[in-house]
Design a protein around this ligand. Sequence first.
Ligand code: SAH
Ligand code: SF4
Ligand code: F3S
Length: 440
Amino acid sequence: MGKKFFIKTFGCQMNFNDSERIKGMLKTLGYEPTQNWEEADLIILNTCTIREKPDQKVLSHLGEYKKIKERNPNALIAVAGCLAQRAGWELVKKAPVIDIMFSSFNMHQLPELINQAQAGYKAIAILDEPPEDEHKIWEYPVERDNKYCAYVTIIKGCDKNCTYCVVPRTRGKERSRPLHSILDEVKRLVDDGVREIHLLGQNVTAWGKDFEKPIPFSELLYEVSKIEGVERIRFTTGHPRDLTDDIIEAMADIPQVCNALHLPFQAGSNRILTLMDRGYTKEEYLEKVYKLKEKVKGIAMSTDVIVGFPTETEEDFEHTLDVLEKVRFEQVFSFKFSPRPGTPAAEMEGQVSDDVKTERMSRLLELQKRILSEIAKGYEGTVQEVLIEEEKNGELIGRTTTNKWATLKGDKSLLGKIVKVKVNKASAFNLECELLEVLR
Ligand code: SAH
Ligand code: SF4
Ligand code: F3S
Protein backbone atom coordinates (compact mmCIF):
# COMPACT_ATOMS: atom_id res chain seq x y z
CA MET A 1 0.00 0.00 0.00
CA GLY A 2 1.33 3.42 -0.97
CA LYS A 3 1.51 6.16 1.61
CA LYS A 4 -0.98 8.97 1.71
CA PHE A 5 -0.65 12.64 2.53
CA PHE A 6 -3.19 15.26 3.52
CA ILE A 7 -2.39 18.94 3.22
CA LYS A 8 -4.29 21.94 4.58
CA THR A 9 -3.27 25.41 3.45
CA PHE A 10 -3.92 28.78 5.05
CA GLY A 11 -3.01 32.27 3.94
CA CYS A 12 -2.14 33.89 0.65
CA GLN A 13 -1.70 32.66 -2.91
CA MET A 14 2.04 32.32 -2.31
CA ASN A 15 1.29 29.77 0.37
CA PHE A 16 -1.12 27.95 -1.95
CA ASN A 17 1.56 27.86 -4.63
CA ASP A 18 4.07 26.54 -2.06
CA SER A 19 1.57 23.80 -1.22
CA GLU A 20 1.29 22.90 -4.91
CA ARG A 21 5.05 22.39 -4.91
CA ILE A 22 4.99 20.39 -1.67
CA LYS A 23 2.35 18.16 -3.28
CA GLY A 24 4.56 17.73 -6.35
CA MET A 25 7.51 16.84 -4.14
CA LEU A 26 5.50 14.30 -2.14
CA LYS A 27 4.29 12.62 -5.33
CA THR A 28 7.89 12.12 -6.42
CA LEU A 29 8.46 10.45 -3.04
CA GLY A 30 5.62 8.02 -3.75
CA TYR A 31 2.92 9.62 -1.62
CA GLU A 32 -0.65 9.84 -2.90
CA PRO A 33 -2.97 12.72 -1.92
CA THR A 34 -6.06 12.13 0.21
CA GLN A 35 -8.89 14.50 1.11
CA ASN A 36 -9.44 12.69 4.40
CA TRP A 37 -6.88 13.41 7.11
CA GLU A 38 -7.94 10.34 9.08
CA GLU A 39 -6.40 8.01 6.49
CA ALA A 40 -3.18 9.99 6.03
CA ASP A 41 0.35 8.86 6.86
CA LEU A 42 1.55 12.44 6.67
CA ILE A 43 -0.47 15.52 7.58
CA ILE A 44 0.90 18.90 6.56
CA LEU A 45 -0.44 22.24 7.70
CA ASN A 46 0.92 25.06 5.59
CA THR A 47 0.35 28.00 7.90
CA CYS A 48 -0.14 31.76 7.83
CA THR A 49 0.53 34.22 10.63
CA ILE A 50 -0.48 37.52 9.05
CA ARG A 51 -3.12 38.15 11.73
CA GLU A 52 -3.99 36.55 15.03
CA LYS A 53 -6.93 34.56 13.68
CA PRO A 54 -4.94 32.29 11.35
CA ASP A 55 -2.56 31.50 14.24
CA GLN A 56 -5.47 30.27 16.35
CA LYS A 57 -6.89 28.19 13.50
CA VAL A 58 -3.63 26.27 13.21
CA LEU A 59 -3.63 25.37 16.91
CA SER A 60 -7.22 24.18 16.80
CA HIS A 61 -6.52 22.05 13.71
CA LEU A 62 -3.48 20.52 15.39
CA GLY A 63 -5.71 19.63 18.34
CA GLU A 64 -7.94 17.68 15.98
CA TYR A 65 -5.29 16.10 13.75
CA LYS A 66 -3.30 14.71 16.67
CA LYS A 67 -5.97 12.00 17.01
CA ILE A 68 -4.41 10.43 13.91
CA LYS A 69 -1.67 9.02 16.14
CA GLU A 70 -4.15 6.83 18.03
CA ARG A 71 -5.17 5.19 14.78
CA ASN A 72 -1.81 5.19 13.05
CA PRO A 73 1.12 5.60 15.47
CA ASN A 74 3.57 5.98 12.57
CA ALA A 75 1.70 8.90 11.07
CA LEU A 76 3.65 12.16 10.93
CA ILE A 77 2.42 15.71 11.49
CA ALA A 78 4.25 18.55 9.77
CA VAL A 79 3.82 22.28 10.14
CA ALA A 80 5.13 24.46 7.32
CA GLY A 81 4.85 28.10 6.30
CA CYS A 82 4.88 31.45 8.01
CA LEU A 83 3.70 30.54 11.51
CA ALA A 84 6.37 27.82 11.60
CA GLN A 85 8.99 30.38 10.61
CA ARG A 86 7.81 32.95 13.15
CA ALA A 87 7.11 30.73 16.15
CA GLY A 88 9.53 27.79 15.64
CA TRP A 89 10.20 25.79 18.81
CA GLU A 90 7.73 27.91 20.75
CA LEU A 91 4.99 26.31 18.66
CA VAL A 92 6.43 22.80 19.14
CA LYS A 93 6.28 23.38 22.91
CA LYS A 94 2.61 24.33 22.62
CA ALA A 95 1.87 21.41 20.30
CA PRO A 96 4.34 18.56 20.93
CA VAL A 97 2.54 16.39 18.34
CA ILE A 98 4.50 18.23 15.67
CA ASP A 99 7.10 15.90 14.11
CA ILE A 100 8.33 18.05 11.25
CA MET A 101 8.65 21.79 10.82
CA PHE A 102 10.03 23.89 7.98
CA SER A 103 9.21 27.15 6.25
CA SER A 104 9.16 28.58 2.74
CA PHE A 105 12.97 28.96 3.07
CA ASN A 106 13.63 25.23 3.06
CA MET A 107 10.67 23.40 1.52
CA HIS A 108 13.20 21.56 -0.66
CA GLN A 109 14.51 19.79 2.47
CA LEU A 110 11.21 18.03 3.10
CA PRO A 111 12.45 14.62 1.86
CA GLU A 112 15.32 14.61 4.41
CA LEU A 113 13.04 15.88 7.14
CA ILE A 114 10.61 13.02 6.53
CA ASN A 115 13.49 10.52 6.82
CA GLN A 116 14.64 12.09 10.05
CA ALA A 117 11.13 12.00 11.54
CA GLN A 118 10.61 8.40 10.44
CA ALA A 119 13.80 7.54 12.32
CA GLY A 120 12.12 8.91 15.45
CA TYR A 121 13.71 12.36 15.69
CA LYS A 122 11.93 15.69 15.80
CA ALA A 123 12.77 17.24 12.45
CA ILE A 124 12.50 20.95 13.21
CA ALA A 125 14.41 22.91 10.56
CA ILE A 126 13.69 26.59 11.07
CA LEU A 127 16.51 28.70 9.65
CA ASP A 128 17.32 32.36 10.30
CA GLU A 129 18.08 33.03 6.65
CA PRO A 130 17.09 31.31 3.41
CA PRO A 131 19.80 28.75 2.55
CA GLU A 132 22.02 29.01 -0.54
CA ASP A 133 20.41 26.01 -2.21
CA GLU A 134 16.77 27.15 -1.83
CA HIS A 135 16.56 27.37 -5.65
CA LYS A 136 16.41 23.55 -5.69
CA ILE A 137 12.72 23.90 -5.00
CA TRP A 138 12.14 25.05 -8.59
CA GLU A 139 13.27 21.63 -9.82
CA TYR A 140 10.33 19.87 -8.23
CA PRO A 141 7.11 19.45 -10.20
CA VAL A 142 3.95 21.35 -9.23
CA GLU A 143 0.63 19.60 -8.60
CA ARG A 144 -2.05 22.05 -9.68
CA ASP A 145 -5.75 22.10 -8.83
CA ASN A 146 -6.73 24.33 -11.76
CA LYS A 147 -5.99 22.95 -15.26
CA TYR A 148 -6.12 26.24 -17.12
CA CYS A 149 -4.83 28.90 -14.72
CA ALA A 150 -1.49 28.50 -13.00
CA TYR A 151 0.42 30.39 -10.37
CA VAL A 152 4.10 30.99 -10.97
CA THR A 153 6.13 32.36 -8.07
CA ILE A 154 8.65 34.91 -9.39
CA ILE A 155 9.96 36.56 -6.23
CA LYS A 156 10.20 35.50 -2.62
CA GLY A 157 10.40 37.71 0.46
CA CYS A 158 9.82 41.40 0.98
CA ASP A 159 12.14 44.33 1.70
CA LYS A 160 9.44 46.82 2.56
CA ASN A 161 9.06 46.51 6.34
CA CYS A 162 5.62 48.05 6.71
CA THR A 163 5.35 48.56 10.45
CA TYR A 164 2.36 46.23 10.94
CA CYS A 165 3.55 43.29 8.88
CA VAL A 166 5.27 39.99 9.76
CA VAL A 167 6.00 38.96 6.19
CA PRO A 168 9.58 40.33 6.00
CA ARG A 169 10.27 38.20 9.11
CA THR A 170 8.58 35.07 7.82
CA ARG A 171 9.65 35.19 4.17
CA GLY A 172 12.98 36.97 4.42
CA LYS A 173 14.58 39.45 2.05
CA GLU A 174 13.56 39.84 -1.57
CA ARG A 175 15.02 37.14 -3.82
CA SER A 176 13.98 37.27 -7.47
CA ARG A 177 13.72 34.02 -9.35
CA PRO A 178 15.97 33.97 -12.43
CA LEU A 179 14.32 34.89 -15.72
CA HIS A 180 15.15 31.59 -17.47
CA SER A 181 13.70 29.57 -14.57
CA ILE A 182 10.41 31.50 -14.78
CA LEU A 183 10.18 31.23 -18.56
CA ASP A 184 10.99 27.50 -18.48
CA GLU A 185 8.16 26.91 -16.04
CA VAL A 186 5.74 28.99 -18.10
CA LYS A 187 6.65 26.98 -21.22
CA ARG A 188 6.06 23.70 -19.39
CA LEU A 189 2.72 25.00 -18.12
CA VAL A 190 1.39 26.01 -21.54
CA ASP A 191 2.55 22.66 -22.94
CA ASP A 192 0.39 21.16 -20.23
CA GLY A 193 -2.70 23.12 -21.36
CA VAL A 194 -2.48 26.17 -19.11
CA ARG A 195 -3.82 29.37 -20.68
CA GLU A 196 -3.60 31.90 -17.85
CA ILE A 197 -0.34 32.62 -16.01
CA HIS A 198 -0.57 34.34 -12.64
CA LEU A 199 2.82 35.71 -11.56
CA LEU A 200 3.14 35.71 -7.78
CA GLY A 201 5.15 37.37 -5.07
CA GLN A 202 4.68 39.46 -1.95
CA ASN A 203 5.94 42.29 -4.02
CA VAL A 204 6.05 41.34 -7.72
CA THR A 205 6.73 44.84 -8.99
CA ALA A 206 10.15 44.68 -7.27
CA TRP A 207 11.16 41.65 -9.35
CA GLY A 208 14.59 41.83 -10.98
CA LYS A 209 15.95 44.69 -8.89
CA ASP A 210 18.28 42.41 -6.92
CA PHE A 211 20.00 40.89 -9.97
CA GLU A 212 23.60 41.73 -10.69
CA LYS A 213 22.25 43.24 -13.90
CA PRO A 214 18.80 44.43 -12.84
CA ILE A 215 15.86 43.71 -15.14
CA PRO A 216 12.63 45.73 -14.89
CA PHE A 217 9.44 43.83 -14.09
CA SER A 218 7.85 45.28 -17.23
CA GLU A 219 10.39 43.33 -19.28
CA LEU A 220 9.35 40.10 -17.60
CA LEU A 221 5.76 40.84 -18.68
CA TYR A 222 6.92 41.18 -22.29
CA GLU A 223 9.01 37.98 -22.09
CA VAL A 224 6.13 35.95 -20.69
CA SER A 225 3.73 37.36 -23.28
CA LYS A 226 6.03 36.19 -26.10
CA ILE A 227 5.63 32.55 -25.11
CA GLU A 228 3.32 30.81 -27.55
CA GLY A 229 0.12 29.70 -25.82
CA VAL A 230 0.06 32.29 -23.02
CA GLU A 231 -3.39 33.79 -23.43
CA ARG A 232 -3.66 35.72 -20.18
CA ILE A 233 -1.24 37.18 -17.65
CA ARG A 234 -2.07 38.36 -14.15
CA PHE A 235 0.26 39.38 -11.34
CA THR A 236 -0.11 39.81 -7.56
CA THR A 237 0.79 41.71 -5.46
CA GLY A 238 2.07 44.99 -6.78
CA HIS A 239 3.26 47.68 -4.39
CA PRO A 240 2.11 51.22 -5.22
CA ARG A 241 5.64 52.52 -4.65
CA ASP A 242 7.13 50.21 -7.30
CA LEU A 243 4.34 50.63 -9.86
CA THR A 244 6.38 52.65 -12.33
CA ASP A 245 5.25 54.16 -15.64
CA ASP A 246 6.95 51.42 -17.68
CA ILE A 247 4.77 48.82 -15.93
CA ILE A 248 1.63 50.83 -16.64
CA GLU A 249 2.74 51.18 -20.30
CA ALA A 250 3.40 47.43 -20.53
CA MET A 251 -0.04 46.67 -19.09
CA ALA A 252 -1.62 48.89 -21.71
CA ASP A 253 0.56 47.54 -24.51
CA ILE A 254 0.50 43.76 -23.96
CA PRO A 255 -2.85 42.29 -25.02
CA GLN A 256 -2.51 39.23 -22.77
CA VAL A 257 -2.13 41.25 -19.57
CA CYS A 258 -5.53 41.17 -17.90
CA ASN A 259 -7.58 44.28 -17.25
CA ALA A 260 -7.23 44.00 -13.50
CA LEU A 261 -4.81 45.07 -10.83
CA HIS A 262 -4.63 44.37 -7.12
CA LEU A 263 -2.98 47.41 -5.57
CA PRO A 264 -3.26 47.57 -1.77
CA PHE A 265 -3.50 51.08 -0.34
CA GLN A 266 -4.05 50.04 3.33
CA ALA A 267 -5.17 53.47 4.57
CA GLY A 268 -6.28 56.81 3.18
CA SER A 269 -4.83 59.13 5.80
CA ASN A 270 -1.33 60.42 5.10
CA ARG A 271 -0.55 60.47 8.81
CA ILE A 272 -1.43 56.76 9.10
CA LEU A 273 0.41 55.92 5.85
CA THR A 274 3.53 57.49 7.37
CA LEU A 275 3.09 55.50 10.60
CA MET A 276 2.73 52.37 8.45
CA ASP A 277 5.87 53.36 6.50
CA ARG A 278 4.16 52.65 3.18
CA GLY A 279 6.22 55.20 1.25
CA TYR A 280 3.40 57.02 -0.60
CA THR A 281 0.66 59.52 0.14
CA LYS A 282 -3.04 59.26 -0.58
CA GLU A 283 -2.59 61.76 -3.43
CA GLU A 284 0.29 59.76 -4.96
CA TYR A 285 -1.73 56.57 -4.77
CA LEU A 286 -4.73 58.19 -6.43
CA GLU A 287 -2.54 59.70 -9.13
CA LYS A 288 -1.21 56.23 -10.03
CA VAL A 289 -4.73 54.84 -10.16
CA TYR A 290 -5.95 57.68 -12.40
CA LYS A 291 -3.00 57.10 -14.72
CA LEU A 292 -3.79 53.37 -14.82
CA LYS A 293 -7.46 54.04 -15.56
CA GLU A 294 -6.52 56.40 -18.35
CA LYS A 295 -3.98 54.10 -20.02
CA VAL A 296 -5.60 50.72 -19.40
CA LYS A 297 -9.19 51.26 -20.45
CA GLY A 298 -11.76 49.53 -18.25
CA ILE A 299 -9.20 48.29 -15.72
CA ALA A 300 -10.75 46.75 -12.60
CA MET A 301 -8.94 47.69 -9.41
CA SER A 302 -8.89 45.66 -6.21
CA THR A 303 -7.20 46.42 -2.91
CA ASP A 304 -6.39 45.60 0.72
CA VAL A 305 -7.33 47.91 3.60
CA ILE A 306 -6.47 47.87 7.28
CA VAL A 307 -9.06 49.35 9.65
CA GLY A 308 -8.14 50.62 13.12
CA PHE A 309 -4.38 51.02 12.82
CA PRO A 310 -2.98 52.50 16.09
CA THR A 311 -4.09 56.15 16.60
CA GLU A 312 -6.54 56.04 13.66
CA THR A 313 -9.13 58.77 14.25
CA GLU A 314 -12.55 59.20 12.72
CA GLU A 315 -11.07 61.76 10.35
CA ASP A 316 -8.27 59.37 9.29
CA PHE A 317 -10.82 56.65 8.63
CA GLU A 318 -12.90 58.97 6.47
CA HIS A 319 -9.88 59.33 4.17
CA THR A 320 -9.96 55.55 3.72
CA LEU A 321 -13.65 55.72 2.77
CA ASP A 322 -12.85 58.60 0.43
CA VAL A 323 -10.31 56.45 -1.46
CA LEU A 324 -12.98 53.74 -1.86
CA GLU A 325 -15.40 56.34 -3.27
CA LYS A 326 -12.83 57.77 -5.64
CA VAL A 327 -11.30 54.56 -6.99
CA ARG A 328 -14.42 52.35 -6.97
CA PHE A 329 -12.65 49.04 -6.43
CA GLU A 330 -14.26 45.87 -7.74
CA GLN A 331 -12.90 43.94 -4.76
CA VAL A 332 -11.81 45.13 -1.34
CA PHE A 333 -10.14 42.84 1.20
CA SER A 334 -10.50 44.64 4.52
CA PHE A 335 -8.88 43.61 7.78
CA LYS A 336 -9.05 44.84 11.34
CA PHE A 337 -5.56 45.77 12.47
CA SER A 338 -4.07 42.82 14.35
CA PRO A 339 -0.95 43.48 16.43
CA ARG A 340 1.75 41.00 15.43
CA PRO A 341 4.54 40.04 17.84
CA GLY A 342 7.82 41.77 17.02
CA THR A 343 6.38 44.42 14.68
CA PRO A 344 6.70 48.14 15.53
CA ALA A 345 2.95 48.78 15.18
CA ALA A 346 2.15 46.23 17.87
CA GLU A 347 4.07 48.40 20.36
CA MET A 348 2.60 51.74 19.27
CA GLU A 349 0.63 53.92 21.69
CA GLY A 350 -3.01 54.52 20.86
CA GLN A 351 -4.21 51.02 19.98
CA VAL A 352 -7.80 51.23 18.76
CA SER A 353 -10.47 49.25 20.62
CA ASP A 354 -12.10 46.29 18.96
CA ASP A 355 -15.52 47.97 19.18
CA VAL A 356 -14.30 50.93 17.17
CA LYS A 357 -12.63 48.63 14.62
CA THR A 358 -15.86 46.66 14.25
CA GLU A 359 -17.95 49.79 13.84
CA ARG A 360 -15.62 51.25 11.19
CA MET A 361 -15.38 47.95 9.41
CA SER A 362 -19.15 47.66 9.09
CA ARG A 363 -19.36 51.17 7.64
CA LEU A 364 -16.63 50.32 5.16
CA LEU A 365 -18.44 47.14 4.12
CA GLU A 366 -21.72 49.02 3.76
CA LEU A 367 -20.12 51.59 1.46
CA GLN A 368 -18.35 48.92 -0.56
CA LYS A 369 -21.61 46.99 -0.96
CA ARG A 370 -23.23 50.05 -2.51
CA ILE A 371 -20.27 50.66 -4.84
CA LEU A 372 -20.23 46.99 -5.90
CA SER A 373 -23.91 46.96 -6.78
CA GLU A 374 -23.42 50.08 -8.88
CA ILE A 375 -20.43 48.49 -10.63
CA ALA A 376 -22.48 45.33 -11.22
CA LYS A 377 -25.24 47.35 -12.93
CA GLY A 378 -22.57 48.73 -15.26
CA TYR A 379 -21.75 45.18 -16.43
CA GLU A 380 -25.33 44.40 -17.49
CA GLY A 381 -25.72 44.30 -21.26
CA THR A 382 -21.96 44.42 -21.91
CA VAL A 383 -19.92 41.92 -23.91
CA GLN A 384 -17.04 40.22 -22.04
CA GLU A 385 -14.34 37.63 -22.69
CA VAL A 386 -14.40 34.71 -20.28
CA LEU A 387 -11.90 31.88 -19.80
CA ILE A 388 -13.96 28.79 -18.90
CA GLU A 389 -12.37 27.04 -15.93
CA GLU A 390 -15.01 24.67 -14.62
CA GLU A 391 -18.23 22.82 -15.47
CA LYS A 392 -20.84 22.06 -12.80
CA ASN A 393 -24.28 20.57 -13.54
CA GLY A 394 -24.43 21.92 -17.09
CA GLU A 395 -23.22 25.33 -16.01
CA LEU A 396 -19.88 26.75 -17.07
CA ILE A 397 -17.86 28.92 -14.70
CA GLY A 398 -15.03 31.24 -15.63
CA ARG A 399 -13.57 34.68 -15.13
CA THR A 400 -13.57 37.85 -17.15
CA THR A 401 -10.30 39.62 -17.79
CA THR A 402 -11.44 42.02 -15.03
CA ASN A 403 -11.38 39.00 -12.67
CA LYS A 404 -15.14 38.75 -12.18
CA TRP A 405 -16.79 35.33 -11.91
CA ALA A 406 -19.16 34.57 -14.76
CA THR A 407 -21.57 31.68 -15.34
CA LEU A 408 -23.23 30.49 -18.55
CA LYS A 409 -24.98 27.47 -20.04
CA GLY A 410 -22.79 25.21 -22.07
CA ASP A 411 -21.07 21.84 -22.23
CA LYS A 412 -17.71 20.47 -21.23
CA SER A 413 -16.22 20.95 -24.69
CA LEU A 414 -15.80 24.63 -23.82
CA LEU A 415 -13.52 23.96 -20.85
CA GLY A 416 -10.29 25.89 -21.24
CA LYS A 417 -11.68 28.03 -24.07
CA ILE A 418 -11.89 31.80 -24.15
CA VAL A 419 -15.40 32.77 -25.15
CA LYS A 420 -17.28 35.94 -25.90
CA VAL A 421 -20.40 36.37 -23.77
CA LYS A 422 -23.17 38.85 -23.18
CA VAL A 423 -23.94 39.72 -19.55
CA ASN A 424 -27.67 39.38 -18.89
CA LYS A 425 -27.73 39.87 -15.15
CA ALA A 426 -25.04 41.04 -12.77
CA SER A 427 -24.75 40.86 -9.02
CA ALA A 428 -21.83 41.88 -6.81
CA PHE A 429 -20.10 38.51 -7.14
CA ASN A 430 -21.39 36.91 -10.32
CA LEU A 431 -22.28 37.71 -13.91
CA GLU A 432 -25.01 35.60 -15.51
CA CYS A 433 -24.07 35.40 -19.17
CA GLU A 434 -25.03 33.88 -22.51
CA LEU A 435 -22.58 32.54 -25.05
CA LEU A 436 -22.04 34.64 -28.19
CA GLU A 437 -18.96 33.09 -29.75
CA VAL A 438 -16.05 30.77 -29.02
CA LEU A 439 -12.92 32.84 -29.60
CA ARG A 440 -9.92 30.56 -29.04
N1 SAH B 1 2.58 42.16 0.09
C1 SAH B 1 1.25 42.57 0.02
C2 SAH B 1 0.31 42.05 1.08
C3 SAH B 1 0.73 41.04 2.04
S1 SAH B 1 -0.26 40.66 3.40
C4 SAH B 1 1.21 44.08 0.08
O1 SAH B 1 2.03 44.72 0.65
O2 SAH B 1 0.30 44.61 -0.46
C5 SAH B 1 -1.93 40.80 2.87
C6 SAH B 1 -2.70 41.88 3.56
O3 SAH B 1 -2.88 41.57 4.93
C7 SAH B 1 -2.03 43.24 3.58
O4 SAH B 1 -2.18 43.92 2.38
C8 SAH B 1 -2.73 43.91 4.73
O5 SAH B 1 -3.89 44.58 4.30
C9 SAH B 1 -3.12 42.77 5.64
N2 SAH B 1 -2.30 42.77 6.86
C10 SAH B 1 -0.97 42.58 6.97
N3 SAH B 1 -0.59 42.68 8.25
C11 SAH B 1 -1.70 42.94 8.98
C12 SAH B 1 -1.96 43.17 10.37
N4 SAH B 1 -0.99 43.16 11.26
N5 SAH B 1 -3.24 43.41 10.74
C13 SAH B 1 -4.24 43.44 9.84
N6 SAH B 1 -4.05 43.23 8.52
C14 SAH B 1 -2.81 42.99 8.09
FE1 SF4 C 1 4.05 43.20 4.37
FE2 SF4 C 1 4.41 45.64 3.48
FE3 SF4 C 1 5.89 43.66 2.52
FE4 SF4 C 1 3.34 43.79 1.90
S1 SF4 C 1 4.91 45.29 1.34
S2 SF4 C 1 4.43 41.96 2.55
S3 SF4 C 1 2.42 44.60 3.75
S4 SF4 C 1 5.93 44.43 4.61
FE1 F3S D 1 0.26 34.60 5.57
FE2 F3S D 1 2.77 34.20 5.09
FE3 F3S D 1 1.14 34.70 3.12
S1 F3S D 1 1.95 35.27 6.82
S2 F3S D 1 -0.38 36.02 4.05
S3 F3S D 1 1.10 32.92 4.40
S4 F3S D 1 3.21 35.42 3.32
